[in-house]
Design a protein around this ligand. Structure first.
Ligand code: ADP
Ligand code: ASP
Ligand code: MG
Length: 442
């Protein structure tokens, strides 16, 4: 069975929802995971923030405006009178419950239940669109099978068991539609897989049913060799390995949620990226096969904090690194990049929740310097550290202030730490050098 996932733009208009209907076709059983219509999750986050600030009037106005937009969309999407009434009633009930939320005390639980509504709306609307066209479609409520455990990892046993049960209950359906992004937490509260999490939903489901393939349909023709939001003339890559894709997604390539690759790579389930707006374009096929040598793609991740820790005991302070790591372990804070010298270690983190406590503990045996607003620029490709062209890339970075380099930790990755204010220039210079010319002009 195939698992399809369509992102926000792909379901963001009546026209695009109809494209999606055509793409999934009518033959063979399949599971379709949908995001919220583009802009909806951001709007819901905004509403939740207004409630938190006590700005009830504006929150109410935004809920009513969004309700009107949805009613308009439904009337253009569904022509059948009784189906249309059904969907309008559903949409109104969602917005009525949002209006009730305005009077509630704000909490993380309330926030999560507010932002879950985008996926509930899009999947309901799409299931009725399919019904209108005579397709046998069934809605599988994600909140009845998608669950994370105490460590925020998917509870795979629970997911498989419940998903299979729900599918068996509706065995006659050809198309199973479900919500991306949303799930229950270990206590049964509404939670989510973090922003962009619908991709992750799709591969978790793909693994649970041992799908033939998982297809992520989005608004671009596949994984590009650099971030198209910041760099011109980027190109789609026809193939990537699981490791390459996972590394790029982890280091900021927004096309995939950072965890997407994990559930499918061990099971060898192909992951294909396709463009809803250009379904005939090849897209990117992600498998365990490795294609090409040298630098293949570049990505960047913002929101990085660098910590320089210098031992006060100077040389040969053995056990120093152990003590440092134990503190990060204690505060469950993972380290992305690390470089060491005889007396100091520099490392980066992206989760600063416990930064103050970490710094306090480190300062008992070291001097500590913290720098924020940093970005990691990550270059990925098979055996890039051995490729003859790679050393030259450092020439191109002569006038960029590179704060740290991780080279050799893996054969397939080189990471650079730069100030976020230098990120754009770094990405653009690398693009020109790596993909557009073999000789460097600085
Ligand atoms: P969806 O709503 O379909 O999940 P996203 O906006 O999350 O779509 O992801 C697609 C977007 O990711 C693209 O429009 C593009 O701007 C951005 N992007 C960032 N890096 C890359 C990359 N390396 N390749 C392709 N797209 C990328
Ligand atoms: N709707 C959610 C978001 O905007 C999840 C997703 O689109 O993947 O983050
Ligand atoms: Mg996305």
């Amino acid at each position: 069975m195939l698992v399809y996932k369509f992102g926000g733009t792909s379901v963001g208009s009546v026209e695009n929802m109809n494209h999606v209907k055509d793409i999934i076709g009518t033959n063979g059983k399949k599971i379709v995971v949908l995001s919220a219509m583009s802009g909806t999750t951001n709007a819901l986050v905004g509403i939740s923030d207004l409630i938190k600030e006590g700005n009830t009037e504006l929150a109410q106005k935004q809920i009513i405006d969004l309700n009107e937009t949805y009613k308009q969309t439904v009337s253009n999407l569904i022509q059948d009178n009784s189906l249309q009434k059904d969907v309008i009633d559903y949409v109104n009930s969602i917005f009525a419950s949002l209006l009730d939320n305005v009077a509630e005390a704000h909490s993380e639980l309330l926030h999560n239940s507010i932002v879950a509504n985008g996926e509930l709306l899009s999947t309901y609307m799409f299931s009725k669109l399919l019904q209108q066209h005579g397709v046998s479609a069934a809605l599988l409520p994600a909140l009845e099978f998608m669950r994370i455990d105490r460590a925020n990892e998917p509870d795979n046993f629970y997911i498989k068991q419940n998903l299979e049960r729900l599918m068996e209950d509706q065995y006659e359906a050809d198309v199973y539609i479900t919500q991306g992004f949303i799930c229950l937490d270990v206590d049964g509260n509404i939670a989510n897989l973090q922003r962009g999490g619908s991709d992750y939903t799709a591969t978790i489901i793909g693994a649970a049913i041992e799908a033939e393939e998982v297809q992520i349909w989005t608004d671009i023709d596949g994984f590009h060799n650099n971030d198209p939001r910041f760099v011109n003339d980027t190109k789609a890559l026809s193939h990537l390995s699981y490791d390459e894709a996972a590394e790029l997604a982890y280091f900021g390539a927004k096309i995939l949620h950072p965890q997407t690759v994990m559930p499918v790579c061990n099971l060898d389930i192909p992951l294909r990226l396709k463009n809803t707006m250009a379904p005939n374009a090849h897209g990117t096929l992600i498998t365990n096969q490795i294609h090409g040598e040298g630098i293949k793609a570049i990505a960047a991740k913002d929101g990085i904090t660098a910590i320089k820790i210098k031992s006060v005991r100077m040389l040969l302070a053995h056990g120093f690194l152990k003590k440092v790591f134990e503190i990060f372990e204690k505060y469950e804070t993972s380290i992305d990049m690390i470089t060491t010298s005889e007396i100091a270690v520099s490392l980066t983190i992206d989760n600063t929740t416990y930064l103050e406590s970490i710094t306090e503990e480190l300062e008992k045996f070291a001097t500590v310097e913290v720098d924020d607003y940093m970005s990691i620029v990550c270059l990925v490709g098979n055996h890039i550290i051995y490729h003859p062209d790679t050393p030259e890339l450092f020439q191109v970075l002569q006038d960029v202030n590179v704060r740290m380099i991780a080279y050799g930790g893996s054969n397939n990755n080189i990471s650079l730490l730069v100030n976020t204010s230098d990120k754009l220039e770094t990405l653009q210079k690398l693009q020109r050098y790596v993909f557009e010319s073999t000789t460097i002009e600085i």
